[in-house]
Design a protein around this ligand. Structure first.
Ligand code: ADP
Ligand code: MG
Length: 237
């Protein structure tokens, strides 16, 4: 089986004038299709930098990031954007919903931007929003939703295109326990029921324990990769 993600001696140094920050150094790992991997490490250890590289949101300064057999470095900006739109769903700590649009419009516009040729599958969307418990919130704007509800809308937005890979950067970082569990349960179901590959960055050891594998980072380096517990999440909302 070909890995869906392959990082080879991947590195990123931020440069500004004479200042250089080696945010990620010599990261080598693979992820198989359908795996759930947690990425843990203290603040400043390079987790978000790795997330941006995985999503093709920034360019590596050394090494390779290969997604589904394609090396990001061989793509021009337009091709990278297409790759991202066709294969990856993003979930951020701060939700990043468009404030003037309703929840439903946020999801629909993301689907439109993804450039899928087939129309949005309303049945799939209804299934997602039902699983996420936000069906009755779809005509509200983000300011009228709780943080947990906003993150569940953001998850529906990421999943509606059925991406092969879901990248989540601290998705439960701003949430209470019940909302966190709802988010984690949905990520786990996406992984187990829809066979999507999930990479989740988290500070929280409890959250990390739902993964198949845990990748540990410190000071811009991967310090270990170990088996996760595969803990099953049952949310109460
Ligand atoms: P984490 O997500 O684990 O907190 P980051 O990847 O955000 O870590 O940051 C890793 C290191 O890179 C930190 O020292 C951070 O200050 C630095 N860094 C992150 N983004 C930038 C940037 N755009 N310019 C310069 N330095 C950055
Ligand atoms: Mg971060």
């Amino acid at each position: 089986m070909q890995p869906i993600i392959r990082a080879e001696h991947l590195g990123k140094t931020y440069r500004s004038g004479k200042i250089e920050v080696p945010a990620l150094q010599d990261a080598t790992f693979t992820v198989d299709p359908g795996e759930f991997v947690s990425i843990v490490g203290p603040s400043g250890s390079g987790k978000s930098t790795l997330f941006y590289l995985l999503g093709g949101l920034t360019r590596a300064t050394s090494g390779k990031m290969i997604i589904d057999g394609v090396d990001f470095a061989t793509l021009n900006d337009g091709e990278r954007t297409e790759m991202r739109k066709s294969k990856i769903g993003f979930i951020f700590q701060k939700f990043n919903l468009l404030p003037t649009l309703t929840a439903r419009q946020n999801i629909e516009i993301a689907y439109g931007i993804s450039g899928r040729s087939e129309p949005l599958d309303k049945g799939h969307l209804a299934h997602l929003t039902d699983m996420l418990g936000i069906t009755d919130r779809l005509d509200h704007r983000p300011s009228e939703l709780s943080g947990g509800q906003q993150q569940r809308v953001a998850i529906a937005r990421a999943l509606v295109t059925r991406p092969a890979i879901i990248l989540a950067d601290e998705p439960t970082g701003n949430l209470d326990t019940a909302s966190s569990d709802a988010v984690l349960e949905m990520l786990q179901r996406s992984n187990r029921e829809f066979k999507q590959t999930v990479l989740m960055i988290t500070h929280n050891p409890e959250a990390a324990s739902i993964a198949d594998r845990i990748l540990r980072m410190r000071d811009g380096k991967i310090t270990g990769i170990e088996a996760g517990l595969g803990r099953v999440v049952h949310a109460t909302i």
